[in-house]
Design a protein. Structure first.
Length: 566
C-alpha cells in the first residue's frame, strides 16, 4: 500500500512538473550528451519546429555557423555545455535560427548538469537550458545605444557651445564650451562652479539659483524651451564676452546653448559709433553745403544783376552811339543856320538883294528839313529806348500789341546788330494783342537774339536773324526766332538751359542768358520753349506763350527782378 501511494505521488508530481514546464513562457530544452532529448512547447514555438524535429538535434545545428562574436556555434556550444557538465551555471546570449531561416537572439540560462541512472544505459549527465527571446529588447537597446552615441557625437561636434545639466549639476559640456569660456570639464561640475567664475561680483545663492529656477519654471510652462537672451560673461582668461544663452528640455536633462555674440556686439557698437560719426559728418557737410549753396545763390544773384546791368549798359551805349548821328547832324544844321542868319544880317546892312533872299530861304528850308528828319530819328530812338528800359526795369503787366513790342526791340538792338553786321527781320501780325509782361518778353527775345549774335555767326558772312509770330489759337501765340548760323553741337543741346553753361566762358559769355529765358518763359509768361538745331543748319527757337499770362502774385516781387537779365 505504501509503495502504491508513493508511486501515485510520483505520478502526480510528474504530471504537475510537466504541466508547469509546458505552460512556461520561456523555452526549455533537456539535453543529454549535448543532444536535445526533450523540450516544451515554448521552445518549439521559438524555433518553429515540432518536438520530434527538435529532439535529437545538437544546439549548434539550430544556430548560424558563426556566432556574432566570431566563434563557431558548434565549438561554442560544446564548450559551454562542457562547463555545465563541470557543475557551472552559465547565462549568455546566443543567436539561433528559426525554421524559416530568420535569426533570433535568446538569453540562455544553462543549469549545472546532474547525473541520472537510465535503465539499460547506465549513468548519464543531463542539464536543462532555458531560452528567452530577447531579440526585440536587444534591438531596442542597440537602437538606444546608437541613438545615444549619435547624440553624443552631435553634441560634441555641434557648432555652438553646449552643456547638459541635471538639476544644478553640469552633466557634460562639449569642447566648444570649454574653448569658449576657457574652463575644462573637471572645473565645472555644478552651475555654481560656472556662475562664480562668470559673475564673480554676484552671489550664486542670491542671484544665480533664482535665475536658473525662473528659467526652469518658464521652460515647464512654454513647451520645454528657455528663450535666448544675451549676457555679458567673464571667461577663464579674464576677458568679457557677450554670449547668447538659451535652453531646451532633453529627456530628464536640460541642454543649454551658448553662442558667442562678441564679434557681432562689437561690430554693432562700431557700426553705431560709425553711424554717429557719419551723422555728425553729414551734419557738418550739410552745413558746409548749405553755406556754399547760399554763397552760390548770392553769387548767382550778383551775376544776374551784373548781367542785367551789362545788358542795359550795352543797350545805353548802343543807343547813345546811334543818337550821336542825328543829334550831331541837327547841331551841325543849327550852326549852319546861325551862320546863314549872320550872313543875312550883313546883307541887310549893305542892301538886300532878291537873289540873296531867295538863296537864304532855300538853304533854310533844306536845313530845317534835315534838322527835322534827324530830330525825328532821335525822338524815335529815345521813345523805343524809354519803352524798353521801362519794361525791363519792372515786371509790370499790361495790354500791348506784339508787333509794336518786337518793332521797338529791333530799333533798340539796331546798334548792336549793325556793329555785328547782322540783319534782323520781323514778321508779326499787326492784330495780335496780349495781356502779359512786355518787359520779360522783350528780355527773352533780346537774350535769344544776342545769344545768336555771340555764338551763331562765326565764319559766316551773310548773317540773318528773323522773328515771326503766328496766333495758333484764341489763347496762345507761337513766336519763332531763327538764324542761319552754324548751329549747336549735339553734345551741348541737353545743357542749353543750365545755369552758367556757356561755350564762350571768358569771352563775354556768362551762361545765364538762356537759363533766364527758360525761367521767364515757363514761369512768368506761362509758356514753353524748345530749341531745334543741327550743326551747319542754323538754330530755331520756338516759344509758345498764352495771350493772357497766368496770374502771379509774385510778379512784382523783389526776387522777380533778379531774373530779368541776359
Amino acid at each position: 500500500m505504501s509503495e502504491q501511494k508513493d508511486w501515485q505521488q510520483d505520478r502526480d508530481n510528474q504530471s504537475f512538473y510537466k504541466e508547469m514546464v509546458e505552460s512556461a513562457f520561456d523555452g526549455m530544452l533537456l539535453l543529454q550528451d549535448n543532444i536535445i532529448i526533450n523540450c516544451n512547447q515554448a521552445a518549439c514555438d521559438l524555433y518553429g519546429l515540432t518536438r520530434e524535429q527538435l529532439c535529437g538535434c545538437h544546439p549548434g545545428q539550430l544556430s548560424p555557423e558563426i556566432q556574432p562574436d566570431g566563434e563557431s556555434s558548434q565549438q561554442k556550444a560544446n564548450r559551454l555545455m562542457s562547463a555545465a557538465l563541470d557543475g557551472e551555471a552559465r547565462q549568455f546570449l546566443w543567436q539561433h535560427l528559426r525554421h524559416d531561416g530568420a535569426a533570433f537572439t535568446a538569453q540562455i540560462s544553462l543549469n549545472p548538469a546532474r547525473t541520472v541512472e537510465i535503465p539499460g544505459e547506465g549513468r548519464k549527465s543531463r542539464f536543462v537550458a532555458i531560452l528567452r527571446d530577447v531579440t526585440a529588447e536587444q534591438s531596442s537597446s542597440l537602437a538606444l545605444q546608437q541613438s545615444e552615441l549619435r547624440f553624443r557625437q552631435l553634441f560634441e561636434q555641434a557648432p555652438v557651445a553646449l552643456a547638459l545639466t541635471r538639476g544644478e549639476e553640469v552633466h557634460v559640456i562639449n569642447q566648444r564650451w570649454q574653448n569658449l569660456f576657457g574652463y575644462n570639464a573637471d572645473e565645472i561640475r555644478t552651475l555654481e562652479d560656472w556662475w562664480t567664475r562668470a559673475y564673480p561680483d554676484m552671489d550664486y545663492r542670491s542671484y544665480g539659483r533664482k535665475a536658473w529656477e525662473d528659467s526652469l519654471n518658464y521652460m515647464r510652462n512654454h513647451n520645454g524651451v528657455i528663450p535666448s537672451a544675451e549676457y555679458k560673461v567673464r571667461c577663464g582668461d579674464g576677458c568679457e564676452r557677450y554670449v547668447l544663452i538659451g535652453g531646451a528640455q532633453v529627456g530628464d536633462e536640460v541642454m543649454v546653448s551658448f553662442y558667442d555674440m562678441t564679434a557681432q556686439h562689437l561690430a554693432q557698437k562700431a557700426l553705431a559709433e560709425l553711424n554717429n560719426e557719419l551723422e555728425q559728418r553729414v551734419e557738418e557737410r550739410t552745413a558746409e553745403l548749405k553755406e556754399t549753396l547760399e554763397y552760390l545763390q548770392r553769387a548767382q544773384e550778383d551775376l544776374v544783376r551784373s548781367e542785367k546791368l551789362a545788358s542795359l549798359g550795352a543797350l545805353v551805349a548802343g543807343i547813345a552811339h546811334e543818337l550821336n548821328t542825328p543829334i550831331g547832324n541837327a547841331v551841325m544844321v543849327g550852326s549852319s543856320l546861325q551862320q546863314m542868319e549872320r550872313d543875312l544880317t550883313r546883307a541887310l546892312e549893305q542892301g538886300l538883294k532878291r537873289s540873296v533872299l531867295e538863296r537864304f530861304l532855300s538853304e533854310v528850308r533844306e536845313s530845317v528839313d534835315i534838322m527835322a528828319r534827324n530830330l525825328r530819328r532821335a525822338a524815335e530812338l529815345i521813345t523805343s529806348f524809354k519803352q524798353v528800359a521801362v519794361d525791363q526795369s519792372s515786371y509790370q503787366r499790361r495790354e500791348f500789341n506784339l508787333a509794336e513790342v518786337v518793332h521797338e526791340l529791333r530799333l533798340t538792338l539796331s546798334p548792336t546788330l549793325k556793329k555785328s553786321q547782322v540783319t534782323l527781320s520781323e514778321d508779326i501780325p499787326i492784330a495780335v494783342m496780349m495781356d502779359s509782361y512786355p518787359g520779360p518778353l522783350t528780355q527773352v527775345l533780346m537774350n535769344i537774339v544776342n545769344n545768336a549774335v555771340m555764338h551763331a555767326f562765326e565764319g559766316i558772312d551773310q548773317r540773318e536773324v528773323s522773328i515771326s509770330a503766328t496766333q495758333t489759337s484764341a489763347e496762345e501765340v507761337t513766336l519763332i526766332i531763327s538764324d542761319n548760323g552754324c548751329g549747336i553741337d549735339p553734345a551741348h543741346k541737353a545743357r542749353l538751359f543750365d545755369p552758367f553753361f556757356t561755350t564762350k566762358l571768358g569771352n563775354g559769355g556768362s551762361g545765364l542768358g538762356l537759363h533766364i529765358v527758360y525761367s521767364l518763359v515757363t514761369e512768368l509768361l506761362g509758356g514753353n520753349i524748345a530749341i531745334d538745331s543741327d550743326p551747319g543748319a542754323g538754330t530755331r527757337a520756338t516759344l509758345t506763350i498764352p495771350l493772357c499770362a497766368p496770374s502771379r502774385d509774385d510778379a512784382n516781387s523783389p526776387g522777380a527782378d533778379q531774373r530779368n537779365s541776359k
